[in-house]
Write a protein that binds this ligand. Sequence first.
Ligand SMILES: Cc1cc2nc3c(=O)[nH]c(=O)nc-3n(C[C@H](O)[C@H](O)[C@H](O)COP(=O)(O)OP(=O)(O)OC[C@H]3O[C@@H](n4cnc5c(N)ncnc54)[C@H](O)[C@@H]3O)c2cc1C
Length: 387
Amino acid sequence: MFHPGGGSLTASSPLNPSSYDAVVIGGGFFGCRIALYLKEHLNKVLILEKEADVLQRASYANQARVHNGYHYPRSILTALRSRVNFPRFVSEYRECIDSSFDKYYAIGKITSKVTANQFKTFCQRIDAFIEPAPIDIKKLFNNNLIEDVFYTKEYAFDAVKLKHRMLNDIETAGVKLRLNSKVIKLEDADNLAIKIFVESPDNQDIITAKYVFNCTYSSINHILDRSNLPTIPLKHELTEMALVEVPDPIRHLGITLMCGPFFSIMPFPARGLHTLSHVRYTPHCFWKDEDADVKTVNPKSGHKTNYPYMIKDAERYIPILSKCQYVDSIWEVKTVLPQSEVDDSRPILFKKHHGLKNSICVLGGKIDNIYDVPPELKFMELTGGVI
Ligand SMILES: Cc1cc2nc3c(=O)[nH]c(=O)nc-3n(C[C@H](O)[C@H](O)[C@H](O)COP(=O)(O)OP(=O)(O)OC[C@H]3O[C@@H](n4cnc5c(N)ncnc54)[C@H](O)[C@@H]3O)c2cc1C
């Protein structure tokens, strides 16, 4: 049973410390950045994060790619949005960006869903930089299996630097942050507010807010389910990316093999290593949230690595990868919209008034999707200009 540890349950009031204009659940990149957008227009904004720090989950445990469209030949809309968002993200988070490596996209000869020509035409259509790879780079590939290799422009972000940047921005803006604070459920307080039941290591309390943003990525449905609110159809995968020390000739490279059951090897600036992910071996299992069955899988608890399979396959295409040294794996639950399975698109999910008035669920398919959020916030009664 939940024992409220204090705080009046009246609607938002500046005199009531447990009452906020907006509460954002989840201190990932999306939650932090959305809180900052909100703080430009609202007085009291709070982030509730269940971990001991921000950006510890999917915002850390991902491939760190700042997408520039290349990855989405099967979804032109996602490719074009990436092209628009790429320069914005790179400029806004300049100090968190690693642009020191060369990025190559290679096209597989067998089982690829695109040909080299189609890929080139697609890049030209979305106006993305593409050039033939130099000979010394092409020599790294097994040309029995690779049709062509292209030099492209794509960067990586440093998730630790991004965390520090978000902490700094939050503090400067006056957004309140409560760590080690897990939201259990939401409840309608009255027409003006939503009750948020929060559990911390040594107490439980109830906070109220006019607007509540559920930015918990793979946990969105856990909160909805516990609140007896309708869940959202989502697909989850337990994912593993291997962290490797790469041999010298590819230390300053990122390589993605398109488009099918292939792999990517990308710098992971937060650890000074590369991630190796494989379409076939990175997902360990998947599940879908059904109405009455919202499953929890702990990504941190001892799963057996698929690295031997990943590297065995990858070195067929790029033989020098056999010299990679495995260091570690990062595990996370990856959550996507069911439609993404069909066309590999990555739109944001933005559901306003989901189950309760002014309760909003946001799921970002990739980091740069953040710029697709502000237009959606226009439904709010905000002062001080347009977001
Ligand atoms: C394997 C993998 C590879 C990826 N590769 C890329 C890539 O290369 N480029 C790219 O742009 N995107 C990539 N993505 C997608 C990207 O990681 C996500 O779109 C993004 O991180 C989502 O940010 P978020 O803030 O919504 O989620 P998160 O960072 O997961 O934040 C959600 C937060 O909510 C907190 N939380 C959960 N439940 C509660 C609760 N009950 N109470 C309080 N807090 C709670 C969590 O602790 C967490 O901090 C990848 C994702 C995965 C998993």
